[in-house]
Each structure stands twice: as C-alpha cells, then as structure tokens.
Design a protein around this ligand. Structure first.
Ligand code: NDP
Length: 392
C-alpha cells in the first residue's frame, strides 16, 4: 500500500507512470505531475483515468512542490524531470519529510559538471529528517551500479577493473536524433572524456578514445570513452578498484552531424542575442530536433548495456560480463516508448518498489551500489530487463 508522486512527463516519465500502474500490489495510488499538464493527461488517457491521477507543477519552484506534496501525501517522490530540478525537489522532500528518488545527478544549467557533490551535501539533513534519497536509479547510472555491486557482493573477493559498455544498436531511420533529452544528451557527449585510474582522474579530449566491441544480439559497434556520473560513486564504493571507464556506442552518421552542429556553434550553452532576444543555441537546437518521445514507433533493433569486470576470486584472476539486452520494439509494444526510456524508467520503478517496501531503506542520501544488489537483480528479471552473466 503506497502512493508514489512522479514528477516529469517526458519519455522516461511515460514509462515510469505506466510501469507503476502495472504494479498495483506495490503502488496503490499513482500521481503524475509535470510542467505541462497536457503531457500528463496524454499518458493518463493511455493507461486509464481511474488508474493515474495528474497534476501541474513547476519543479523549479520549491513552495509549489511543497504544496503539491502536502496535497498528494506520497510515500515517495520519483523525480524524472530534468537534472536541473534535482535540488528543488530534494528541498521540497526535506521540508515535507518524504523519500526521494532520481535517475540523473544535479547539473547547474550554466555549468555541466556532472558531479554528485551538490546532492551528497544533503546527506546529514536527510539523515536527521529520517528520510532517504536514492540517486541515479536509471540504467546508467543505476543498473550498471547494481551490476558492479552484485559482482562485489557475490562474485569476487576484489574487483580491479570495470568497463561499462553502453551500446544502442537501434535505428530510427532519421538523419539525426538523440535518444533522450537532446540538451542533456549533447552536453554529455561534447564534454571531455574522463576515467578513473590508480586513484586519480584522467582526462581525454571529447570522443578521442574508441575501440570496436562485438555485442551479444547486436554485433560489432564502435565504442567511445565518455565521462559518466556513476564512475564518481563506484570508484569510492568498489573495493580494490584500480580503473573504471565508461564507453558508449555512436554511429559515424551521428558523429558527423554532431561535429557540424558543434562547428557552427549550435551546441553552445552560451546565450546569444537573436532578433532582440537572448537564446541559448543548444536549447534552440532541442526545439528543432525530433522529440525522443516520438522515436518509439520508428526505432528497430536492440540495446546492450553491461559491465565487464575483472578481479580476484579465491586467489585467481576472474573476468565476468553482466549485461542486459532490450529490444526497442518490444519496449514500444509494452509501454509505448523505445528502449532508452524503457531501460531508464523500469529501474526507477524497481528502486521505488524497494524503497516503499522498505527493502532498501535507510535515512540519508545513497547511490545504488550501497545496498544489497540481489533484490534489485531479481526484480530486473521480473519487470522486463532480464540480465545475463558470462565469464570471459
Ligand atoms: P524529457 O525531456 O523527455 O522529459 C522531461 C520532463 O520533465 C518533461 O515532461 C518536462 O516538462 C519535465 N520538466 C522539465 N522541467 C520541469 C519543471 N521545471 N517542472 C516540472 N516538470 C519539468 O526527458 P527524459 O524523459 O528523456 O529524461 C528524464 C530524466 O531521465 C532526465 O533527468 C535524464 O537525464 C534522465 N535519464 C537517465 C538515464 C539513466 O540511465 N540513468 C538515461 C536517460 C535519461 P515539459 O514537457 O513541459 O518540457
């Protein structure tokens, strides 16, 4: 018996709302709130008005959030708005004494730093208030952290090397589109690459390091080294770690478009004056690019995201690969979204299930690998994201 308040009615919000409604044994009441009410209503129409309540909220505004939380009285606020809203929603949860969950770390709009420091700074206040925040309960971060935690807790004595490989073998047939929010996606890709080795961060120019990897059920893909936020918590929480890196697949066509857009200044976050108005080029670009939410019916193929982990077990070197394959069209048939939103939304719902059932519950602010991985891994199999393990 629990009430969940979901904030954000984009691609991921759609999956989260539908999956919560599909689990009425855990979520007896589901409320979806976002900036644009009509987007919530569209999802409500798809699932049935009796199963999903909707509301309008500006999540940049703490008093508005507090008023909504007091009205709904949820057990948990599930934030799938944008990373910019993380702190205001965390503030509102603190004020009302309600647990919090998100899928991406806070990012100041004018400085894409991808650091947990802003949210970890809430630890003591959450502890004192007796509430919990679970950070990064998507796929990566999220499931990738849980895969590493599972390896640490059940498969290895010590882990030395982790490579997280995120491959999207899907094709939407459009010349250029991003799989999730274009502004967030492009900011992430155009930043310097960064990985952690021997206790320090190593910086690489954007998209400068790559290799080809042959993925199960997808085939060979070129993978590019990026910084990704789960590296920051995993390098602290995985014992004995010597190196951790993150790679994502990109096609040649995608990278060529991105290079041109960058060269002409369209990916910049510096505001410019245009016809008497201040505009941010990247935000304008987002407005003209396809909406990732519309890619669902177009996208064919599969994602394959997992962790290649090397370490020691019983004095011997051991190498294990843990991964999930998700089919874009299967995801679309089930919840009306492509696999990128699906692989983010389902783990968010699993995190919420574990929290409201108090299976994962402590006061404070936590990353995913700080809890027992087993119940999460079991729910992945039950909720549509089965995983595989193989030694290599
Ligand atoms: P979308 O842009 O599709 O959706 C974002 C939603 O948030 C929109 O409905 C938007 O409203 C709403 N929103 C934005 N600002 C506000 C505000 N001030 N108040 C209320 N609502 C607001 O993004 P996605 O669904 O693709 O992504 C959602 C989150 O998931 C992001 O934080 C993203 O970084 C994260 N993510 C995490 C992944 C992971 O694996 N961990 C992978 C992919 C995404 P409006 O419709 O009015 O614009």
């Amino acid at each position: 018996m629990s009430t969940v308040l979901i904030i954000g009615a984009g691609g991921v919000g759609n999956v989260v709302a539908r999956k919560c409604v599909m689990n009425p044994q855990v979520f007896t009441r589901v409320v979806l709130a976002s900036r644009t009410l009509s987007k919530c209503e569209e999802i409500q129409r798809a699932v049935g008005t009796e199963k999903l309540e909707v509301a309008q909220v500006d999540a940049d505004n703490v008093p508005e959030l507090v008023a909504l939380i007091r009205k709904v009285q949820p057990d948990l606020v599930l934030n799938v708005a944008l990373p910019y809203q993380d702190l205001t929603i965390m503030d509102a949860c603190l004020e009302t004494g309600v647990d919090y969950l998100d899928t991406a770390n806070y990012e100041p709009k004018d400085n894409p730093v991808f650091e947990y420091k802003y949210q970890w700074a809430y630890r003591e206040r959450y502890e004192k208030r007796g509430i919990m925040a679970l950070l990064g309960s998507g796929f990566d971060p999220g499931v990738t952290n849980v895969f590493c935690a599972y390896a640490q807790q059940y498969l290895f004595d010590e882990i030395h090397y982790v490579d997280i490989l995120d491959c999207n073998g899907g094709d939407h047939g459009l010349p250029f589109a991003t799989n999730f929010n274009p502004e967030i996606n492009i900011r992430e890709i155009t930043a310097n690459g960064r990985y952690w080795e021997d206790g320090e961060w190593k910086i690489t120019p954007p998209l400068s390091e790559s290799f080809e990897y042959d993925f199960e059920e997808v085939g060979p893909k070129r993978m590019y080294l990026l910084y990704h936020e789960e590296l920051e918590s995993l390098c602290r929480n995985i014992k004995g770690l010597k190196r951790i890196r993150f790679y994502m697949s990109f096609g040649e066509q995608y990278l060529t478009h991105l290079r041109v857009l960058q060269n002409v200044g369209m990916t910049s976050i510096e505001p410019i004056e245009f016809q008497g108005q201040q505009i941010v080029p990247l935000q304008f670009l987002k407005a003209v690019l396809p909406d990732p939410g519309d890619l669902g019916p177009l996208t064919k193929g599969k994602t394959n995201i997992g962790c290649n982990i090397e370490g020691i077990k019983d004095g011997k070197v051991k190498r294990v690969r843990i991964y999930n394959v998700c089919d874009h069209q299967d995801a679309y048939r089930e919840v009306g979204s492509q696999a990128i939103s699906y692989t983010t939304g389902v783990p968010a719902v699993i995190g919420a299930m574990l929290m409201v059932q108090k299976i994962w519950h402590r006061a404070g602010v936590f990353n995913m690998e700080e809890f027992d991985a087993k119940p999460f891994m079991e729910l992945l199999n039950q909720q549509g994201l089965p995983w595989h393990i193989k030694e290599y």
